[in-house]
Write a protein that binds this ligand. Structure first.
Ligand SMILES: C[S@@+](CC[C@H](N)C(=O)[O-])C[C@H]1O[C@@H](n2cnc3c(N)ncnc32)[C@H](O)[C@@H]1O
Length: 190
């Protein structure tokens, strides 16, 4: 390899490292206030989530704390006619979700709504399906709101975390290694 190529490769790696560091700093700075950090569900369990959600064409699907929106984007490939609303209030994941929504609309023509909002302040009464990957204390704080607002029959699918005061109607062990995150899915009916 010529000296020039080695030199170019060196600079390329330095630039990549710099971009990664900048993203890391943005992630830390924008996320430090959040009660739940931006940790997206692993791509390998998206298929399980989709199969358990059972979204229909007339569904209204919310992801509370949608991160980069991957769950909604994944499901919408299979059920493009449903309505999808991701709610997120931290800058870094919001930017990612908006970029993905823009790209998704360009490629598929399907609109995924991304709201810059605290989900505790969002009216959820039109939901038919809710997805969560939060923390147990946040789930418990949400329960009174959900019980008051949701229509009977609304389904909530939660990765890893349960409500303390509500029993899931079903739970699924994803049979992932004990060293990995996101090993269980809980299903609730309201
Ligand atoms: C563990 S991540 C899950 C992201 C995404 N749902 C997924 O499964 O890939 C939780 C997300 O919830 C967001 N979040 C936490 N509290 C929130 C609130 N009150 N309103 C909106 N978003 C919130 C965090 O910023 C974070 O991006």
């Amino acid at each position: 390899m010529s000296l020039f190529l080695l030199y170019a490769l060196n600079w390329f790696l330095v630039i990549i490292l710099f971009i990664v560091l900048v993203l890391l700093v943005i992630w830390m700075v924008t996320g430090y206030r959040a009660k739940v950090p931006f940790v997206p569900v692993p791509n390998s369990i998206l298929k399980d989530i989709y199969q358990l959600m059972k979204v229909r064409e007339d569904s209204v699907v919310y992801d509370l704390g949608c991160g980069d929106g991957r769950v909604l984007f994944y499901i919408s490939h299979f059920v493009p006619k449903a309505r999808y609303i991701g709610i997120e209030n931290v800058t870094f994941p919001l930017i990612l979700a908006h970029l993905r929504a823009w790209w998704h609309r360009k490629i598929t023509g399907t609109q995924i709504e991304i709201l810059n909002q605290d989900f505790f302040k969002q009216d959820l009464s039109n939901a038919t399906h809710i997805f969560t990957y939060l923390y147990p204390n946040v789930m418990d704080d949400l329960l009174p709101k959900l019980e008051k607002e949701l229509k009977p029959g609304t389904k909530l699918v939660s990765v890893t975390f349960k409500f303390t005061l509500k029993q899931p109607s079903q739970e699924f062990d994803l049979k992932r290694s004990k060293y990995k995150l996101a090993r269980k899915i809980y299903i609730y009916e309201f």
